[in-house]
Design a binder for this molecule. Structure first.
Ligand code: SF4
Length: 258
């Protein structure tokens, strides 16, 4: 699937800038921060400069759009893996630039994922209306303490609303799934991983079935993978999962089949 991304459900990953501030427990082992530190960038936290990117970098999505158009297809772009586009400290000039690029690239479907859905509304372009057709809005939820994010998300009109329950750190027995098109679930991987329990996943799957919401289990995470004796350390190889974990993924109603 991916051209420049390892994410199974996207063709590309795009970062309009690098840098962010931790906002909840799901950020504890932020992969992006660790990656930035490894490359010598001190860009995490309030008041830290974000890393801005070159004009050539901003031309990339236009190229991807051209390719998708030639193939008469829509390609999905995950935005962002190294930032949260709705963050308080987001560089405003770059936010404006991002909306302009999104508007021009009608053969790309942009998946904007945030832990700050309460900030989406004030960050939208003036002509958002009932939502750009090529923008999917999503929020990350790790446990019940931040489930309120869903209400903020669905209060903004969008072509697709989705949830990323990754890293899943606790049970979510009462997910409000009205107007949620798609749920992605994943356990934590990497150093200091925290456990995801199989019961939580099975329960979320049942809730998605009842709500007719598409469901996708991305990976079990390190700890569950070890318990299940999987060879893939992240537990991302569906072929290895035990039978009760071969959960049915409903196709995303309007747009794609996973
Ligand atoms: S919101 Fe995302 S990018 Fe920002 S610190 Fe948290 S996990 Fe990292």
């Amino acid at each position: 699937m991916g051209f420049n991304t390892k994410i199974q459900w996207c063709h590309h990953t795009y970062n309009p800038w690098w840098g962010c501030t931790k906002v909840s427990d799901g950020c504890k082992n932020c992969y992006a921060e660790n990656f930035a530190v490894r490359y010598g960038h001190d860009i995490w936290g309030i008041g830290k400069q974000r890393r801005l990117l070159s004009e050539n970098h901003w031309k990339e999505p236009l190229k991807w759009n051209g390719i998708a158009k030639e193939q008469n297809e829509h390609h999905r772009v995950f935005c962002a893996s190294m930032a949260d586009v709705f963050e308080e400290n987001a560089p405003q000039g770059e936010v404006k630039k991002l909306w302009e690029v999104i508007k021009k690239t009608t053969n790309l479907d942009w998946l904007l994922l945030t832990k700050r859905p309460h900030r989406i509304f004030d960050s939208l372009p003036a002509d958002w209306g009932s939502g750009y057709k090529n923008v999917w809005l999503g929020t990350s939820i790790e446990d019940e303490r931040v489930v309120e994010r869903i209400n903020h998300l669905v209060s903004v009109p969008a072509a697709i609303h989705f949830l990323s329950l990754e890293p899943l750190l606790g049970p979510l027995p009462n997910l409000p799934l009205k107007n949620i098109d798609w749920v992605i679930v994943g356990g934590e991987s990497g150093g200091g991983s925290r456990p995801m329990k199989s019961d939580w996943v099975l329960d979320i799957h049942q809730q998605c079935l009842a709500a007719n919401t598409a469901f996708f289990l991305k990976q079990t995470g390190n700890i569950l993978a070890k318990q299940m004796k999987l060879t893939d350390k992240k537990g991302g190889n569906i072929e290895e999962w035990p039978e009760e974990f071969q959960l049915r993924s409903y196709p995303l109603k309007k747009m794609i089949s996973l």
